[in-house]
Write a protein that binds this ligand. Structure first.
Ligand code: 13P
Ligand code: SF4
Length: 374
């Protein structure tokens, strides 16, 4: 059987997609991830198979795509697949730069809700991509790395959450968007760090409230609203590791600096803050506040957009207790996404987010209640 060996390169991607455009996702799955090694051989009848030797973007191949080539090809694939890229502020700068929309959890959910694109590539973590799918049952939602989870979402396994709700019946269940679709489906209303205070204030004063899974955001909302709530015992491993000592040292070195902090931080950090808010709110604050120097207590990825927005101001990341190379706080899950994985996901249509329809539909009710409040 005659066969044509073609190196896996940008040309081949074009060839596959333009010359045999009707190939299904399952077959494209054979091209699979960016770490797949192999020469693709086009057999009679257009079947594709792999032999050792070539890698799309890894070291073993005849052609390793450069960052520039990856970006170019991602733009081409986006058009070809009618896809948009939504990215959280905690993503690597190069991913933020090629995204159609960069925002916080609320902004991203709203962007996912209004898109007309056939495919949403979510450069964020699993619960964010699930949220996009909850709002878009008919669209394809891709997450470049399915292992990009979240310590908060993981702190509330659905079975334990069910048992907790059964033990505390007749309460209004408010869940922070950083939770699984199953937990959303068990909730009455969802909130994000942008609107948590507003969401809780919308609940009649005579109703008892359960707030999950972030106990620090929950405690902050309690302080802001004066509402007693039953808090689930979950935390974000990134925000709880922000070092008070290192932050105070920085404040000593920069006495005029203002501290801005995300409400996932523990109370001892929030007590020092000049402004507390979601990532979008922190970004807005450093733009409108007349101050010149800011210490930023959240994941370090936000500094990319902040530096673009206020190039003349001094922005310092609040360091973590743990020693790391960035002298900032880094979410290991957010940083799992890379340009190569974004490229691979668009090329192969995988990994894709799937949800059981009854879970999705119930979660959508709770999510839409929040979105109506804005
Ligand atoms: P926001 O996007 O609401 O600011 O939350 C940050 C976060 O931790 C996302 O995981
Ligand atoms: Fe989850 Fe914290 Fe990472 Fe946000 S920063 S995705 S809350 S682990």
């Amino acid at each position: 059987m005659p066969s044509t060996a073609i190196p896996l390169s940008q040309k081949l991607y074009s060839y596959i997609n333009e010359v045999i455009p009707d190939r299904g996702r399952g077959e494209f799955g054979q091209l699979s991830s960016a770490s797949d090694h192999g020469t693709l051989t086009l057999m009679n009848g257009g079947t594709l198979s792999m032999q050792a030797g070539v890698n799309a973007s890894g070291p073993a191949g005849k052609h390793t795509m450069t960052e520039h080539e990856l970006v170019e090809d991602i733009h081409r694939l986006k058009k070809e697949k009618n896809a948009i890229i939504l990215a959280h502020y905690y993503q690597q700068p190069e991913i933020q730069e090629l995204a159609d929309f960069v925002g916080d959890s609320l902004g991203l959910a709203q962007a996912a809700d209004r898109t007309g694109a056939r495919t949403i590539l979510f450069a964020g973590v699993h619960f964010m991509a699930e949220t996009a799918k909850i709002l878009n049952s008919g669209r394809t939602v891709l997450l470049p790395d399915l292992n990009a989870g979240c310590s908060l979402a993981d702190s509330a396994p659905p079975e334990k959450f069910r048992a907790f709700l059964d033990a505390h019946p007749d309460q209004v269940v408010v869940s922070y968007i950083n939770c699984s679709a199953e937990v959303k489906a068990m909730s009455d209303i969802i909130c994000t760090s942008s609107n948590a205070v507003r969401v809780v204030q919308s609940i009649p004063a005579d109703r008892k409230v359960i707030f999950a899974p972030d106990k620090h955001l929950g405690a902050y909302v309690q302080r802001m609203t004066g509402r007693e709530m039953l808090l689930w015992d979950g935390v974000c491993e990134v925000h709880v590791d922000i070092s008070l000592d290192k932050m105070k040292f920085l404040l000593g070195k920069h006495p005029d600096a203002k501290l801005v902090a995300h409400p996932e931080c523990p109370p001892h950090i929030l007590a020092e803050a000049d402004h507390v808010g979601s990532t979008t709110s922190l970004l807005d604050f450093v733009q409108r506040d007349p101050g010149h120097t800011f210490i930023v207590a959240t994941e370090g990825g936000i500094l990319h957009k902040m530096r673009q927005a206020v190039p003349g101001k001094i922005l310092i990341a609040a360091p973590a207790n743990m020693e790391n190379s960035c002298a900032c706080s880094e979410c290991p899950y957010m940083k799992m996404n890379t340009l190569a994985k974004v490229h691979s996901a668009l090329l192969t249509g995988s990994p894709e987010i799937f949800l059981e329809e009854n879970v999705r539909a119930k979660a959508e009710i709770a999510l839409r209640r929040m979105m109506q409040l804005g």
